[in-house]
Design a protein around this ligand. Structure first.
Ligand code: AMP
Ligand code: MG
Length: 406
């Protein structure tokens, strides 16, 4: 059951096409989740402050709440003396009013009593029974955090599209939010196809290899914020693949398969998609990763990645991840980019884009020359360099941009 790559697209067209179909069939959705589970999630709508923070004028130091004018002129030699009328701990407030000549002992975080306009630090005072000597002067509002000085009710607190992290979750807690509306994770099912594939944990028989892609793609999907579920290995068998695809699409939004996407005997994915859906893309002019498929079944997308682990990871990162990230309100790539100097020249073929695996170390970029089926190049690779389709040679010593996997 051979077939041809009838209409190979170049990388830009392929990328646009994949994005177009994501836009057509999926829409970002929001869900409300507890803030303690929101690390790494993306905020779905602008969040505004519910309350002023601090919620009241409060002391920023331990000391005495006073009228600042009562301290004017105070010094070591010439202290001013005030009467202490109350003592406050954090979490309590005074019912008394600070008039001229009076002070309230206060600790950091406590509300400033009525009448007081400043806090004089303990270090510049000496308490003696119900009196306190002040050895320095303070200015109005000194060591007072004014109500709403940090955030005012109604201020924009966190923008839509922000990725939540510990500090931002802290801000939500300060505002009393128990839940936060975030982008729902796209729900991806993952299958690997190939008669030679063996489940981890099972004995490796002659001519068999372990399934790599399921684990790699699940984790690549999760590292961009999606949820990935491994649905197992399927043989290169038309009926088995067809029923597995239908089963996955019942439950999940997106299906990512790998293997069996070429134009050879036993490459059945395209035929299955032709029957139960429609193939929108078969073949991209890139190296590695030419045998890539995009199919539509009903209102859902099926992506067929090449079986070679290196190819499947690179194609996922370059073509699929940006589309998935758009459903999460995120910018195109999560891969960090660094620049470095090439230690060996890279040859490439005109007419196709090449993704060259490289090791990156302290500004040095070393190409890893292995065929795309070589797994251990992945263990050494820190990322890849993108060689455009119009470039035949990148010379040793040239400064190149590396897309880092981590
Ligand atoms: P295919 O795309 O099915 O022609 O596979 C290309 C190469 O990738 C073959 O050497 C396969 O054995 C290998 N391969 C396919 N799927 C996987 C997988 N899930 N894990 C590891 N290697 C794979
Ligand atoms: Mg195969």
């Amino acid at each position: 059951m051979g077939t041809e790559f009838l209409n190979i697209k170049d990388s830009v067209d392929a990328k646009n096409l994949i994005q177009e179909y994501f836009n057509k069939y999926y829409e970002p959705e929001g869900e409300e989740i507890p803030i303690e589970d929101s690390n790494g999630r993306v905020v779905f709508e602008d969040i505004y402050a519910k309350i002023d923070f601090p919620p009241f004028d409060r002391a920023l130091k331990d000391g005495f709440a006073i009228k600042s004018e009562d301290s004017f002129g105070a010094s070591e030699e010439n202290p001013k003396v005030l009467k202490v009328i109350d003592a406050l701990e954090a979490g309590s407030y005074s019912k008394k009013t600070v008039e001229n000549g009076l002070a309230v002992e206060i600790s950091t975080g406590s509300p400033l009593p009525e009448g007081a306009d400043s806090v004089l630090m303990f270090e510049y005072s000496l308490k003696n029974g119900d009196e306190v000597e002040l050895y320095t002067s303070v200015t109005p509002t000194q060591d007072v955090g004014k109500k709403g000085s940090d955030v005012k009710e109604g201020n924009l607190l966190i923008k839509k599209g922000t990725v939540l992290s510990a500090s931002k979750i802290g801000v939500l807690a300060a505002q009393g939010f128990t839940t936060v509306k975030v982008y729902k994770k796209p729900n991806i099912s993952i299958i690997s196809t190939g008669n030679e594939l063996t489940e981890l944990g099972e004995e490796l028989k002659p001519s068999k290899i372990y399934d790599v892609n399921s684990y790699m793609i699940k984790n690549a999907a999760e590292s961009i914020g999606a949820s990935g579920t491994i649905k197992g290995i399927v043989k290169d068998d038309y009926n088995q693949l067809k029923s597995k695809i239908l089963e996955c699409l019942e439950e999940y939004d997106i299906l990512i398969c790998s293997g069996g996407t070429s134009a050879g005997v036993g490459d059945v994915l395209k035929h299955v998609l032709d029957e139960i859906g429609e193939v929108k893309l078969h073949g991209i002019a890139v190296q590695p990763g030419k045998p890539t498929i995009l199919g539509v079944i009903g209102e859902k997308l099926v992506i067929g990645l090449p079986g070679n682990p290196v190819s499947s990871l690179v194609i996922f990162n370059v073509f699929v991840a940006p589309a998935i990230r758009s459903l999460l309100g995120l910018k195109e790539s999560s891969l960090k980019k660094v620049e470095g100097k090439l230690t060996k020249r890279i040859h490439s073929a005109i007419g196709r884009e090449q993704y060259q695996l490289v090791k990156y170390d302290d500004g040095k970029v070393e190409p890893i020359f292995k065929d795309s089926g070589a797994i251990f190049s992945l263990a050494r690779a820190d990322g890849y360099v993108n060689v455009s389709k119009n470039t035949e040679l990148v010379e040793e010593g040239e400064i190149v941009e590396v897309n880092l996997f981590n």
